[in-house]
Design a protein around this ligand. Structure first.
Ligand code: BGC
Length: 730
């Protein structure tokens, strides 16, 4: 039906084809709103509907039947929205996601093999927006060279549930860190003159029940946490599109949620781009449209084509106004102009995988967090006789997270066949082997590999080695949450190996925090996350000390499940249970704020990570001028090696709507030679000194004293000072 409609339109429009570069809207000196208006005026009702009505780019299954995509769609892609050739409006070709150009699992074509960044959570662990930007620029370029002009990236849902299967796609538990990192990545993607989304808006904080659950959070607290992460990223990057999420908020689906879309996003934040639905997240025509949804994505997942013929009917019966349809189209065209999609059309071309692999590696290296290093076993000394490497298929590759964001690697899956082999699988290993990378650096050392399936055999292989590296992994992915325990008997494996050899270092490759019942028995722990295309090289470079361990935790590692704000996940294991609610009485006190408020000692706190060097913080001063608080201090490398440190500033205030004792207020990633000092100056975002008052509809800073704590994590402070602030509303 779709195909015949677009074919007919194509014939009708050929007669009135316009010429690129000669139309009023081609004038690049005009602002994108003006250009969108000029173009919109030329469009027929059918053409307007065409650009708001998304098709799936791959083979879909509906009612047990397979449905082919339109032939123009790039096979294996997430979405295709036909263009209007007579007016020079390009088709919108959509690809997932935040770690690189993904392929939908059910394509009949060959999959696209592309470069994968490390997990979004890993990029957040770099605490380095420049690295995030460069990673975004790299994957955006691969999207462009693959023919895509819309990238479904920018995941920024705040970690409230450390078992959320998609945390690895996001940027951790703090709104400033998550918003800054996701914003930088989106900016990098869009530097390629393509649109990036930011997603999943909003409060889509667990995969369990994601299609039916209603998030019940105080709206003011949401503004100070989940929504603040989005707001900060949007301010930094101005993403062309926002993707609304599957879940409900206060009982209303996010994609038909007037409060989220119209009131907060578009009105309060002044967002000028367009809102697209997640795949299967649109439940209505007029209701969703009037609540602020501008484009239906891949309608086949909704089961009904709500923004096609149904929208035409809705215009006719006036349940959707012509003005609102024009606004939807305007927003889409505006983003296509503002991001350069129309002026600089994407073109398929060759990809430089070596260069892109290096960009991914730079990210993966800075993401590695050294959690424990007793006896200084790391960095690995040269001249060791024997290193025993055990587990996680470290002989062939590094694991990736599952679901729509998964990138098929160049060179194929290094360890195929692990269940699930279909959605949200396949379980993927990027063919970058830590063992090979270690061997190429430690030529004189014998390096053995044992798969770890049998703890006793692994213990035997470990006994007598000068160093044992146990790789341990989990498999996080879309559509399911994962327990905090390492799967597949890996805890027993680690304990058995540690009992056989005290020189055991565990290298975690996980998409979330895990519990470590064996932590006191091992000498070292490294969190390497899902490390992407060049993960093996990156891990080896950090383990051998070619580069410093400079990652810091963007997420708290709990000591036990009962420390969590929500020890139990109701309906665990189900994606679409009967509608139900999850209450968030902790409000904005997510992550470390919860631990601080409850006075709990986590296993490893937010912000924590060791370096191979050591640092001192001095001369902390703070001043307030015209309502702006600026803080400065010196950081000095007091160790014997070059390294990178992440001094962190936290602000605390008693009462007045504060959700927890302290909030992250700023940081800087600083590179320092031994003995070198640098002066750091940070300006605090006033929202981090305030609370949101929904009744007054304003952020409010209360008069009083604010404590500023400078340290190396959310739990280790070297210096403190205070500033006194006057009351202020904004
Ligand atoms: C995911 C989105 C993704 C979309 C298209 C959905 O299942 O939630 O993040 O962009 O599919 O693949």
């Amino acid at each position: 039906m779709k195909r015949s409609m677009s074919a007919t339109l194509g014939l009708l429009m050929m007669a009135t084809q316009v010429h690129a570069g000669t139309n009023p809207w081609d004038d690049k000196t005009l602002d994108p709103d003006k250009r969108a208006d000029l173009l919109l005026k030329q469009m027929s009702l059918e053409e307007k509907i065409t650009v708001v009505d998304g098709l799936f780019g791959s083979v879909a299954k509906l009612g047990g039947k397979e449905i082919d995509p339109v032939p123009e769609a790039l096979m294996g892609s997430a979405g295709h929205i036909p263009g209007v050739p007579r007016l020079g409006i390009p088709a919108q070709e959509e690809t997932d996601a935040g770690v690189g150009v993904a392929t939908q699992g059910n394509t009949r074509d060959k999959v696209r093999e592309r470069t994968s960044l490390p997990a979004g959570l890993a990029t957040a662990a770099t605490w380095n927006p420049e690295v995030a930007y460069q990673g975004g620029a790299m994957i955006g370029n691969e999207a462009r060279l693959s023919g895509f002009n819309v990238m479904l990236a920018g995941g920024v849902n705040l970690t409230r549930e450390p078992r959320n299967g998609r945390n690895f796609e996001y940027a951790g538990e703090d709104p400033l860190l998550a918003g800054t990192i996701a914003g930088a990545e989106i900016k990098g993607i869009q530097s390629n003159h393509i649109v990036s989304t930011i997603k999943h808006f909003a409060e889509n904080d667990q995969e369990t029940g994601r299609m039916t659950v209603s998030a019940e959070m105080d709206d003011d607290q949401a503004r100070m946490s989940d929504l603040l992460a989005f707001q900060i990223a949007i301010e930094i990057a101005d993403p062309g599109s926002v993707m609304c999420s599957y879940n409900r908020v206060h009982g209303t689906y996010a994609c038909e949620n007037d409060l989220l879309l119209n009131k907060i996003l578009k009105k309060d934040w002044g967002y000028k781009g367009y809102v697209m639905s997640d795949w299967g997240a649109d439940y209505s025509t007029a209701k969703a449209i009037n609540a602020g949804l501008d484009q239906e994505s891949a309608w086949v997942f909704d089961g009904v084509n709500r923004f096609g013929p149904d929208l035409k009917k809705a215009i006719a019966d006036k349940s959707v106004s012509q003005k609102r349809l024009d606004d939807m189209v305007h927003r889409i065209l505006r983003s296509l102009f503002a991001k350069g999609v129309i002026d600089d059309p994407v073109k398929q071309g060759p990809i430089d995988y070596a260069k892109d692999g290096a960009a991914s590696q730079a990210d993966a290296e800075e993401a590695v967090v050294l959690l424990k290093n007793d006896g200084g076993l790391l960095p690995i000394k040269s001249g060791l006789k024997k290193i025993a490497v055990i587990g996680a298929h470290a002989d062939v590759g590094v694991p990736a997270g599952g679901g729509s964001s998964m990138v098929y690697p160049v060179g194929g899956n290094a360890f195929p066949g692990i269940a699930p082999t279909t959605w949200p699988g396949p379980v993927m290993f990027h063919p970058s082997s830590p063992v090979k990378a270690l061997k190429s650096r430690l030529g004189q050392t014998e390096i053995t590999y044992t798969d770890g399936a049998d703890p006793a055999a692994a213990a035997q292989a470990a006994a007598g080695a000068d160093l044992v590296l146990v790789f341990a992994r989990n498999w996080d992915g879309e559509a399911h949450d994962e327990p905090l325990d390492l799967p597949d008997n890996q805890d027993a494996l680690i304990s058995a190996v540690a009992a056989a050899n005290a020189k055991t270092v565990v290298v975690l490759e996980t998409g979330n925090p895990v519990l470590m019942p064996w932590v006191s028995k091992v000498a070292g722990v490294v969190e390497a996350w899902y490390s992407g295309t060049s993960g093996g090289e990156a891990i080896a470079r950090v383990l051998t000390g070619e580069v410093d361990a400079s990652g810091r935790l963007p997420i708290t590692f709990p000591a036990s499940v009962d420390q969590l704000a929500h020890p139990q996940i109701v309906n665990f294991g189900q994606e679409r249970p009967e509608p139900y609610s999850v209450e968030y009485p902790e409000g904005a006190a997510a992550g470390y704020k919860w631990y601080d408020k409850q006075n709990l000692t986590p296993l490893f706190p937010f912000g924590f990570g060791l370096s191979y060097s050591a640092y001192a913080y001095e001369n902390l001063t703070a001043k307030e001028e015209g309502g702006k608080v600026t803080v400065s201090f010196t950081v000095k490398n007091t160790g014997a090696r070059a390294g990178k440190d992440v001094p962190q500033l936290y602000v605390g205030h008693q009462g007045d709507g504060w959700e927890a004792p302290r909030r992250l207020a700023g940081w800087q990633k600083v590179s320092l030679q031994p003995g070198e000092s640098k002066q750091v100056s940070l300006t605090i975002d006033p929202r981090l000194l305030a609370h949101f008052d929904g009744k007054k509809h304003k952020w409010e800073i209360a008069k009083g004293s604010y404590e500023l704590s400078l340290g190396s994590s959310s739990r280790n402070f070297a210096q403190k000072t205070t500033v006194n602030l006057e009351a202020k509303a904004f």
